[in-house]
Design a protein around this ligand. Structure first.
Ligand code: HEM
Length: 577
């Protein structure tokens, strides 16, 4: 009995000693007092490790434990993470893009998520060092491979093809009859937007036209968070995702082998040429293109979904946006004569028919956000602010004293949780937690319901400028998402088509699995998304009915993209980069 108690006491003593030793190691031996304050040390190294999978972790630390810390340190086995709360400190890191680099993280991510060979990984390292050691004029590998996304001819061509693909489909979205069609909203948006966006990117031989390819992409995408934890864990936890990746890589090998990239966008051609000229094999290049799907689709699709939900669930937002779009729609009426159906009549006269045609040039509403449709653009940004969960990641290359105060050590990681920036009252005012569709409009606009301006929106008072660094929807600094112009055009073109032509409302059981009240919108939660997602997929789908708007019978719509940025900047198909 005595022996057992002694053994127990010995074990407890040992545990306490190990615990204290770890704490001393953590707080005194390995933590420099000039580093940001260390938090979450209850179980040294383990507490942050267990909690980091949850996107709410950062908000919890800020709200209930350390509300006043502008920056803090989390220690994990083998790595230290500095989490930024202060917008000023975020801006400071952005001034040193070669020390706080996104590229280093992207390369690691691509290695794990795109299954790159050792040769490709070596090529990545060479390019990374050439950029780091090159002058300021040397573009980062990512910027070089994605330069065709800048405003210019290539981007215009992609936009034109994407809008044309949406316009072709749009006639059929509500079916034929007055009663419309029922759909699962997210599934529908996923299908329509995936096809249209990839038409712009991959051209006539777009692999994503096939349902099987689309399904494999979304299976792959769902496992990306697990794949990014390491090859071993990926094999264990994301088998489906791995199988889909292999399938998609074979599809792209075939695409390139048949030279389809020569007829695709400047972006696809440029990316292929860039990777091949850097020594990537055909398989590595194909695997990179599979991963590219994550950049082009994984955020664009959910953003379009959340925006539709926000617009259609609020009658005042819907009517304000319809009013804002209406000046850009040209309506023409033609009287035409259609020969009678010879099979059903023997009459020789022809009946005159009045045809109404409506035309909307999407470039007018997407490329000049401050003069055209400020509420539409503002609602998109507000949707990204409120629903976004992205966490900006930067690798620290060398020791750096941030803002003259905080030592950030080499080989550590900096995290910038967007939710902290987006819900900080210092950035967005006391109503930061609320959804306010006109928050980003240059001036406050009324919703027009009861005013004598007919709902067209009226400038009232100048508005306080918002801090641009505090909007993280597309990241920030020199790594601001280069796909944002393309993504915004696609999302707004799609949403404008739905808003102008259709009514979308929830059906009984608006929530797919559980019951709901008829006609009542349920904004889904999004807790299941992993930390790699900027705009999360919803946890459950919303069942809706899509009907033609009244007065839309017999109207022929024509959607185009005729302007764009080609006159402003160069562009076009580049060589090998
Ligand atoms: C709504 C849709 C999209 C969202 C919300 C989004 C968001 C982001 C964010 C948050 C970043 C990280 C930037 C940073 O940390 O500073 C990023 C980077 C990037 N995005 Fe997007 N993105 C979208 C669409 C696209 C599209 C359509 C493409 C390509 C066609 C694209 C290509 C890229 C690339 C290449 C980077 C890396 C930039 C670099 O290394 O400098 N994105 N995006």
């Amino acid at each position: 009995m005595l022996d057992a108690s002694a053994a127990l006491a010995g074990a407890a003593f040992l545990l306490v000693t190990v615990y204290l030793a770890l704490l001393v190691h953590l707080r005194v031996v390995t933590q420099d007092p000039r580093e940001p304050p260390l938090v979450e040390t209850r179980l040294p190294y383990i507490t942050p490790l267990l909690n980091l999978v949850n996107a709410r972790y950062f908000s919890r630390i800020r709200r209930s434990k350390h509300p006043d810390l502008p920056i803090y340190t989390l220690r994990l086995p083998g790595t230290r993470i500095y989490v930024l709360n202060s917008t000023k400190l975020v801006a400071s890191t952005q001034r040193h893009p070669k020390n706080f680099t996104f590229q280093a993280i992207q390369d690691k991510f691509a290695h794990l998520v795109c299954n790159l060979s050792p040769t490709a990984v070596e090529a990545q390292k060479r390019e990374f060092h050439a950029w780091i050691n090159g002058g300021t004029y040397v573009a980062s590998p990512s910027h070089a491979a994605f330069k065709e996304l800048l405003p210019g001819k290539s981007l215009d061509d992609m936009n034109r093809k994407m809008v044309a693909a949406l316009g072709r489909e749009c006639d059929f979205w509500a079916g034929d009859g007055r009663e419309g069609v029922e759909r699962n909203l997210f599934e529908w948006v996923k299908e329509v937007v995936t096809v249209a966006v990839t038409e712009g990117v991959y051209g006539a031989a777009n692999p994503y036209r096939r349902e099987e390819v689309r399904n494999h992409f979304w299976t792959y995408n769902a496992g990306v968070g697990k794949l990014s934890m390491g090859a071993g864990l990926g094999k264990l936890l994301a088998r489906d995702s791995l199988q889909s990746r292999a399938y998609l890589a074979s599809i792209f090998q075939n695409y390139y082998s048949q030279n389809h990239h020569l007829d695709a966008s400047g972006l696809t051609f440029q990316r292929y040429a860039w990777h091949r000229s850097r020594g990537f094999s055909l398989l590595d290049t194909s695997n990179m293109e599979v991963g590219h799907g994550i950049a082009i689709l994984s955020n664009t699709v959910p953003t379009a979904f959340w925006l539709l939900v926000r617009i259609f669930s609020s009658p005042s937002i819907l009517s304000a946006i319809r009013a804002e779009l209406s000046p850009y729609i040209t309506t023409t009426t033609e009287t035409t004569t259609i020969p009678p159906d010879e099979a059903t009549t023997t009459a020789t006269t022809v009946a005159p028919v009045v045809v109404r045609r409506k035309t909307l040039d999407v470039s007018q509403i997407t490329t000049t956000p401050h003069t055209a449709c400020p509420l539409l653009h503002s609602t998109l940004k507000e949707t990204m602010r409120v629903h976004g969960k992205g966490v900006g990641v930067r690798g620290v290359l060398h020791d750096h004293v941030l803002d003259g105060k905080y030592l950030l050590r080499a080989n550590s990681i900096v995290l910038i949780p967007s939710t902290i920036q987006h819900f900080d009252p210092q950035n967005y005012g006391p109503d930061a937690a609320a959804f306010r569709h006109d928050r980003f409009a240059e001036a406050d606009y009324d919703d027009g319901a009861d005013d004598d301006d007919g709902g067209a929106g009226q400038r009232r008072r100048p508005k306080k400028r918002l801090n641009g660094t505090a909007f993280r929807g597309f990241g920030g600094g020199s790594t601001l998402c280069p796909g944002r112009h393309f993504a915004v055009t696609g999302i707004l073109a799609f949403v404008a088509m739905v808003v102008c032509r259709f009514e979308v409302g929830p059906v009984v059981g608006g929530r797919e699995e559980e019951g709901g009240t008829e006609g009542e919108w349920v904004v889904p939660s999004a807790e299941k998304a992993d930390l790699t997602k900027v705009m999360p997929c919803p946890d459950f789908d919303v069942r809706v009915r899509v009907r033609r708007r009244e007065g839309e019978e017999g109207v022929g719509w024509c959607w185009g993209f005729n302007g764009g940025g080609s006159e402003n900047e160069g562009g076009g198909r580049g060589g090998g980069g």
